[in-house]
Write a protein that binds this ligand. Sequence first.
Ligand code: GAL
Ligand code: MG
Length: 985
Amino acid sequence: MNKWEDFNILSENTMEPRNHFFRYENLEKAKTFNRYYSENFLLLNGIWKFKYFKNPHEVLEEYHSQITADREIQVPNMWQFEGYGQPHYTDEGFPFPIDFPYVPTDNPTGLYQRYFYLSKEFKNKDIILKAEGIESYYELYINGHYVGLNKGSRLITEFDITDFVNISKENLISIKVLQWSDSTYLEDQDMWWISGIFRDIYIYSKNRFCIEKYVVKTEMKNDYKDSDLIIDLELNTEKFLGKNLEIEFTLYNEKEKIFSEKIVPKKKNIKLKKSIKKIIEWNPENPYLYDLFIILRKDKKIIEVIPQKVGFRYIEVKKGLMYLNGKYFMMHGVNRHDNDHISGRTVGFERMEKDIILMKQNNINSVRTAHYPNSPRFYELCDKYGLMVLSEMDIETHGFVNTDDFNMLINNEKYKKMFVSRVVRQVISQINHPSIIIWSLGNESGYGVNVTHMTNEIKKVDTTRLIHYEEDRYAEDVDIISTMYSRVQMMDNFGRFPSDKPRIICEYAHAMGNGPGGLKEYQEVFYKYPSIQGHFVWEWCDHGIYDKERDIYKYGGDYEDYPNNLNFCMDGLIFSNQKEGPGLKEYKQVISPVLIKKISDIEYKVINRYWFSNLKDIKIYYEIFNGKKLTECNELENIENGSIIKFPRKIVNASIINFKVYKKNKTDYSAENHLLSVYQFQLEEKKQTYEKDNKIPEFHKITENNNEIVITGKNFSIKFSKLNGKLISYNYSGLELIKKPGSINLYKPVIDNHKKENLKWWLPFYFSVIQEHFRKMKIVKEKNKVKISVNSILAPPVYDFGLNCEYEYEIYGNGQINIKLKGKKYGKFLGIIPKIGFEIGLNKDLQNVKYYGRGENENYTDSKEASIIGFYKTTVDNMFINYPYPQDNGNHQDTKELYLTNHFGQGMSVKSENGLNFSAWNYTKENIDKAKHPDELIKSDFITLNLDYKILGLGSNSWGSEVLETYRVYLEDFEYGFSINTYND
Ligand code: GAL
Ligand code: MG
């Protein structure tokens, strides 16, 4: 039997798991907390020799005793991104037949080889090789000797290689890595199938006598003002006990030494318990860290110094609610996968840090490391920047949903070791991170006995944290009750009937493509019920892989991988290259730590939604507008929870008040005056009426023949076709504004979140090819006004339902055209529709855009909290959100004025008393709808301008909530309008 198919073999000759730390030769070096200064740290990242095999048996035993590999490869990386094999994307399906524990015979295998030199400093030391992530199965050989093997792709592994190496000599390391193994069945997360040495790999040395491992705990007391610091430490041997040994523990805060204590160990295991007065706690809003140094001395000489960051924090459950340091809190979270758009699961330090900074800048306070442990440095960054972590185990057996027994592995005693060893290894390795407050047993692996075993085994190692597992539906074993994608209504029910355990929703708001919509409604429910203590958007980042040649991001199927789940992996709040998407702005807004609520037109209440801080660091800037005119603005400080901002009566004449909330002081992740949220309140509606000018000039001439009517004025001429009633030309001083006549429109390019509506309603009823047929036209001429009305039907082929349309044009002598659009539904169609709107093609030179409406982010009815009404200047291209899978985008609601001009400032205006939706694209809707990647978008020879009455809300039904009823659009009678005119900037 192959070892990689023997589930009883989990590893061979790996060292006992220990907490992740580095040892230093002296205090000075230890204080750097920089692994490069740690004892004999030898990073093996870089170029290795590499040979790729189809079948593991092709790698002969003797290959390991000399460099047989002939190509080169970057370590760490996935070999699929170095030119070997192909990435393959599936959500849950295994890319091979399920036949546990067997895997494909042709099992891509990479032989990695290189030399490393061990200087004489390594002499008389234990020499350890540490690999932070190798996917999925590997065997390690040093100088031709077999050292051991490992399974568990994202788990840290250590091998003692002392007996195999030569000091002051070159040594040969060979690692044989297989893509598939029995453990693959436990690693079926929704992501790319890719493999290789994908995280750091290094060698270090330690003294023959040393600290084996240690655990640091903080137990708060005296109303959380003081804390015990408990350190459980284990020496690697008893041999030297009593022989002039000493362990010194010293704790510092930023300013001073808190204590220093020396212990002479009598046993291998040492416990230190210190009571620390007036601690500064660690919490996500103020992630205060202390420095602990553990110095081991023998005969007064330093053997090693271990630096350890310590955060005082304490998690507990009281009456069904979670408390951190005695305070209630809520986790505003995201699910984060490891994905880099160039190197897949190989994620560099800068990228990790940027992710965390972006989260913090966007008011996120928690992260679920979906669905496996990350690089150890990720947790260090969470400790530092302040994110509460739900640390998930490398377990997912989702593919078994396609068998008769989803619980086949998790509910079988035979596989206990497989499950338990993974979680124990991870918990021990990550145990000292204050940011980790919850362990999660994995994802989508069914339920059964091994859940109980995992829980019990974790509790043996760590009782200071809570345990989560979503598929323990009733939280029989675990401490937190959890669901994913439960709809708002369901969350409300959960809130009304709380269980005796705290609840979270570990995934919701599927952020695929344009969306998610409906975040506000979710947030309202979360705030309504204390028992719902955490919500984690699915997910943080798209998993696209950058194709430099095409300048696109690849997803499932782009590598001829089959079967695949297409762009289902492009579902993040940020794009593959870490560019922030519009959904993130919306999320940031609804989870803002400061809420401003309207009490009356002149009174506004400030509510503190921090869990651990007051509002001392907050500043509010307000702006009062009368129409578009700013009439007053000011800055407010010294705000407290419950403060009322009260304006004098006189502002009642204003129409809009904006509040902008800032964090005053600079932090590690944000500059001074960092914007946290914006609030806009509209006061009494003052309708603006446009161009009711009495002195309207007369037309120069009006000519008419069988085919058309042409109306000419001072610097314009307007032409209607009498064949189809269309406004076919609008010429302004020689500039033709219209390139494609306008029509009432019911269709827009399908977004990922509307695929289900599309399948059910739009595709079968041919919405994408709805036709318009002219019925009649009426022309009434006056001195300075021409009235044209046109009747048509708008309907899909095949069926007999649709709209009776009426277009009413009023053309004035100054060139203004008032357009009124009316629709009357006929026939039977009960479905949801994409929109009710108007589409027109404009001269492509009108690239400059100014608008008074909702911006500057794109916004839709169920995603507009972050977008306030104002005056914005932009361009057609800048408004286009280049989703990796092209789809409808760039809408701006409540637009009352819009100006599109060319390079010379010449163009047209659109005005609407009630405000409308607008978007402008350099591509046709047909093109956007069909394109699967942005490089299939071809600039059209006109700008598509959408002036819409209603657009279907976004929802998140690519895997989550349907569009809420209030945001749905149906075929209905309607009437709306706007006026257009020539314009010069
Ligand atoms: C969840 C799963 C995630 C992801 C998501 C859809 O069910 O836990 O891993 O697949 O659905 O994107
Ligand atoms: Mg899954």
